[in-house]
Design a protein around this ligand. Structure first.
Ligand code: NAD
Length: 379
């Protein structure tokens, strides 16, 4: 029997709950979908808070080595302190492995709650640039020596007058970063048979960063025969929307949107907003891709107030695992998992977050949901 080695970072807060509920689903789906010719060997590794407690390091070398060796990982959420403390290990992982594309499919299926009248129109793939923008974390605390140096530089050299008690951040968006991201995402959109690609930006205000993003993404599109600026038969239309309008349009006209190409921060906000259209953060999966490594993780965070209560929804994590199997060429496994989740939810068997939005649902625990999905893992 062939062994598939997968490093797993269960994560903080509710990370252990969702991992415990999902592990057997992945193992069973691989066995069943491959006719018992493949099995998973998990490589448990740690990062973030747990690594800090046990190893005095946020990202131990064993974790980095396992991910490098396997070229992938499945990851639960990691806690990041707000305001002070350490920087986000999620961001650090993305930068370390140069995971420059974050992909978040947002698709409604029957049984999911939605605030929309016609939720079946929601089938959108969000691609978010993952390494640049304000997310680079280049910022200086108000009142620090570094902030004072930057503020004086801006005043002396650039004629920009800022209040001396300002915190200051830098928003870098490059042609190189945008175009490698746009190329990867457009290739993926073509492979997936998508019909419309929308570049999302705030280029009317941030002309040289988000405006640059728009211009460079269009330049990339111009290099493809398959893409066009208008809807032409057999071609994928490429258009653009200003970010604030985009937030309104995904709610008011979701059927018009198919693939969204976003700079890092807009993509972050839009992913959560779109997740709300299909039942919330507990449902929407995600993956981060670079040229050598891919890390699959739910859209949500560690929801610490629910940690250890066996309550939260493991669907986002389970569907992120399904994306991992698609990525390693086991699309049959990914499909089996997705069908198992859909059947369970369609029968009204859901965790508390969905149950409170649905009439007549049968609420189950996090682990209970996992067990119900296993019963529905068949062709
Ligand atoms: P969060 O996503 O953890 O939780 C926000 C709310 O969403 C929760 O209170 C809960 O009501 C709901 N929710 C989240 N996951 C759910 C699930 N699986 N099932 C049901 N409901 C769910 O966001 P937050 O409270 O802003 O952040 C908590 C911590 O997570 C922070 O430290 C933050 O930095 C971190 N975070 C990590 C990641 C990541 O690891 N990729 C992403 C976002 C936030």
């Amino acid at each position: 029997m062939e062994t598939i080695r997968i490093p797993i970072i269960a994560g903080d807060g509710t990370g252990e709950d969702i991992w415990n509920a999902s592990r057997e689903i992945f193992e069973e789906a691989v066995l069943r979908s491959t006719g018992n010719t493949k099995r998973i060997e998990w490589i448990p590794v740690i990062a973030g808070l747990k690594a800090l407690e046990h190893k005095d390091l946020l990202l131990p070398p064993e974790t980095v080595d396992a991910i490098t060796e396997c070229s992938l990982a499945l990851k639960g959420p990691l806690t990041t302190p707000v305001g002070g403390g350490f920087r986000s290990v999620n961001v650090y992982l993305r930068q370390m492995f140069d995971l420059y594309v974050c992909m978040r499919p947002v698709r409604w299926f029957r049984g999911l709650p939605s605030p929309l009248k016609k939720p079946e129109a929601v089938d959108i793939v969000i691609f978010r640039e993952n390494t640049e923008d304000l997310y680079r974390g280049i910022e200086w605390q108000a009142g620090s020596d570094d902030a004072r140096i930057v503020i004086s530089f801006l005043k002396d050299k650039m004629g920009v007058d800022l209040r001396p008690d300002s915190g200051v951040g830098i928003k870098p968006i490059s042609r190189t970063g945008t175009q490698r991201f746009a190329r990867w995402s457009m290739d993926a959109a073509i492979r997936m048979g998508r019909r419309v690609i929308t570049i999302v930006h705030k280029g009317n205000i941030m002309k040289y960063t988000e405006g640059g993003f728009r211009e460079w993404a269009y330049e990339t599109a111009a290099g493809y025969d398959e893409l066009s600026a208008e809807a032409l038969p057999g071609k994928i239309e490429v258009n653009d929307r200003i970010a604030d309008n985009m937030f309104m349009q995904v709610i008011s006209r979701p059927a018009d949107y198919d693939v969204l190409l976003c700079p890092n921060l807009n993509g972050d906000y839009l992913s959560d907003a779109c997740a709300a259209l299909i039942g919330g953060l507990g449902v929407a999966p995600g993956a981060n891709f670079g040229d050598n490594v891919a890390i699959f993780e739910p859209t949500h965070g560690s929801a610490p107030k629910y940690a250890g209560k066996d309550m939260v929804n493991p669907t986002s994590f389970i569907l992120s695992g399904a994306m991992l199997f698609d990525h390693i060429g086991l699309a049959g496994t990914g499909d089996m998992i997705r069908r198992g989740v859909e059947r369970t939810i369609q029968e009204g068997i859901v965790t508390y977050d969905l149950a409170r939005q649905l009439d007549g649902a049968r609420p189950v625990s996090c682990s209970g949901f996992g067990s119900e999905v296993i019963k529905r893992l068949h062709a």
